[in-house]
Write a protein that binds this ligand. Structure first.
Ligand SMILES: C[S@@+](CC[C@H](N)C(=O)[O-])C[C@H]1O[C@@H](n2cnc3c(N)ncnc32)[C@H](O)[C@@H]1O
Length: 211
């Protein structure tokens, strides 16, 4: 019998509000939101891929008057986000299977949704994000950069398999999706959880060419 691999939906249904308690507002996520708030037009349409508990990202962007839609594969995360952030809309869906009309969004955010996807799936979602953005639209990504593919790790007490990319390779994939990388930054972050190891957070800001 093959070993069951915990899906992102199972993992985040189990973690729920515990994610926000441990991670709060990581500096690279805060920096990405600040950068977006500085450049977005009023009442911008923002898609937050892997919106989690809705805080801080959807909450901060909606509080600034933007029209935010979060999408998350975890029913529990969507339930919490709808309760915590009534000023944004949340969709329960897997971004790998979800479709948006092209040129719909002024910004697409993706803060840590890729760690339970294969590298090919990450490439496909990046290409979708590029297609969904309006010309001149902004893309913001934060992840844990690492040359890992389907490696078992302990995450907040759960055994999961993680895939990621080294920073240069991920920036290259963002470019290959048709976006211009405007900034990359990295910083070490320590989750507020006993026994949790510090991890590197990589921020990639990008822009869809045009306008
Ligand atoms: C580590 S949490 C981060 C939540 C939020 N972006 C933040 O930074 O606070 C990753 C989130 O991405 C969601 N996610 C993972 N894979 C996904 C997928 N294929 N489609 C939609 N959401 C996904 C998870 O359910 C989880 O809520």
């Amino acid at each position: 019998m093959s070993e069951h691999v915990t899906t992102a939906a199972e993992l985040f249904d189990a973690i729920g509000a515990g994610y926000e308690e441990a991670f709060g507002r990581p500096p690279m996520v805060a920096a990405a939101v600040r950068d977006l708030l500085a450049v977005l037009p009023p009442q911008a349409r923002v898609l937050d891929v892997g919106s989690g508990t809705g805080r801080p990202v959807a909450a901060d962007l909606a509080a600034a008057g933007h029209r935010v839609t979060g999408i998350d594969v975890s029913a529990e995360m969507v339930r919490i986000a709808r309760e915590q952030v009534p000023g944004a809309e949340f969709v329960h869906a897997d971004v790998r299977e979800w479709e948006s009309a092209p040129a719909t969004w002024n910004a697409v955010c993706a803060f840590f949704p890729f760690l339970q996807m294969t590298r090919a799936e990450t490439g496909q979602v990046l290409a979708s994000a590029a297609r969904w953005l309006v010309s001149g639209g902004r893309f913001a990504l934060v992840t844990v950069p690492a040359d890992l593919e389907d490696v078992p790790v302990d995450f907040l007490g759960h055994q999961v398999r993680v895939t990621s990319f080294p920073a240069d390779a991920l920036a290259g994939l963002v470019r290959a999706s048709g976006l211009e990388v405007t900034d990359t930054r990295a910083e070490t972050f320590a989750p507020d959880q006993p026994g949790a190891q510090p991890e590197e957070h990589l921020l990639i800001m990008a822009r869809k060419p045009g306008k």
